[in-house]
Design a protein around this ligand. Structure first.
Ligand code: DOR
Ligand code: ZN
Ligand code: ZN
Length: 357
């Protein structure tokens, strides 16, 4: 097959660790990893330190981003019980609200129904709400979407029960959408022992039957594939209390191109899942003169070495893949070419544009 040209990919779920976790990743390294993976626009999660739950922190983080990002970045505001009153003031600076219903890395958590209701009542109508919801929390999110009649996006769905419930809710006409991650598509509990802490994330790796259910729903129920790139250092992962999370920006497209070669996915569906649908769901702008050139026949093995992410490891090390990102062009300028990073920090745009600049 000849060279394949894809639109710039949009990752709606990335952890860039600014502020407070820059030793794991920062805007310059995280957006470098994005470009190396064919991602030209990403949405950064708010479970930072401090979290992105007040307008002050958001404005400061946008300023840092403007000076250091190499691709386009939007931020999520995080729902925090102590900061709920600030939600409306946060809205102009972000692409959406993220609500964490279950335990994961960082302090952001909403467990009380009055606080959940306040989120839905305070957050401006028409602005997206995304949820980290596992197991029964998915039913809570569906109930809120129904009660308030507004869209809810479910992050990193990983279990058969969850995806089948979301499929039913969609059939009933509820305005809900969802994403899956490459690690939940390409790894399972069968890999967990081998990987140890490098295979620990939230949601945890699921059973092979759960993985099969996600693949079954990839052509229908699932709206997006998102990386949930969640870098932690090797020292942290090998320490006594390893934080959950795995990097994914640089491995996602090669894994998915391999699935296309294997006949499990089509190029057209990949473009819907990683470009068209993400843009539509989160009201993101087009990027003119932006594309990704891929050699779909390049055969190689994923390694930890040579990555742009600061964390320096990947749960996919040793895996053979077919398909390599050769060149990324962002707004007419070469941003990445054959392993070389060409986009300097500060060349990306912060979304939504123009709030304080
Ligand atoms: O494994 C995870 N890591 N899941 C999350 O929800 C958060 C993330 C992180 O920030 O490290
Ligand atoms: Zn999450
Ligand atoms: Zn996440």
């Amino acid at each position: 097959m000849a060279k394949l040209v894809l639109p710039g990919l949009v990752d709606v779920h990335t952890h860039l660790r600014v502020p407070g976790g820059e030793h794991k990743e920062d805007f310059a390294s995280g957006t470098a990893a994005a470009l190396a993976g064919g991602v030209t626009m990403l949405l950064a999660m708010p479970n930072t330190s401090p979290p992105l739950s007040t307008p002050e922190v958001l404005q400061a983080t946008r300023q840092t981003a403007a000076a250091t990002i190499r691709c386009d970045v939007g931020l999520f505001a995080g729902a925090s019980p102590a900061d709920i009153e600030w939600l409306p003031a946060c809205a102009p600076f972000v692409v959406g609200l993220k609500i964490y219903l279950n335990d994961t890395f960082g302090p952001l958590r909403v467990e009380e129904l009055p606080v959940l209701r306040a989120c839905f009542e305070q957050w401006p109508a028409g602005q997206p709400i995304a949820m980290h919801a596992e197991g029964q929390s998915v039913a809570v999110g569906l109930g809120l979407a129904a009660a308030y009649g507004r869209p809810v996006h479910f992050c990193h769905v990983s279990r058969r029960d969850e995806i089948e419930l979301i499929a039913r809710a969609k059939e009933q006409g509820l305005p809900v959408t969802c994403e899956v991650t490459p690690h939940h598509l390409f790894l399972s509990q069968a890999d967990a022992g081998r990987l140890g802490p490098l295979g620990d994330m939230r949601p945890r790796l699921a059973s092979p039957a759960d993985v099969a259910a996600l693949w079954d729903h990839l052509a229908s129920t699932i709206d997006c594939i998102a990386t949930d790139h969640a870098p932690h250092t090797l020292a942290e992962k090998n320490g006594s209390t390893p934080p959950p999370g795995v990097p994914g920006l640089e491995t996602s497209l090669p894994l998915l191109l391999t699935a296309i070669h294997d006949g499990r996915l089509t190029v057209e569906r990949l473009v819907e899942l990683m470009a068209t649908n993400p843009r539509r769901l989160f009201h993101l702008p087009e990027q003119p003169d932006t594309w990704v050139e891929v050699d779909p026949e390049a055969v190689y093995t994923i390694t930890a070495e040579g990555q742009q992410t600061k964390c320096g490891w990947t749960p996919f090390a040793g895996r053979p893949v077919r398909g390599r990102v050769e060149r990324v062009v962002l707004r007419g300028r070469p941003a990445y070419e054959n392993g070389r990073l060409l986009a300097p920090p500060g060349t990306g745009q912060v979304l939504p544009q123009g709030e304080e600049f």
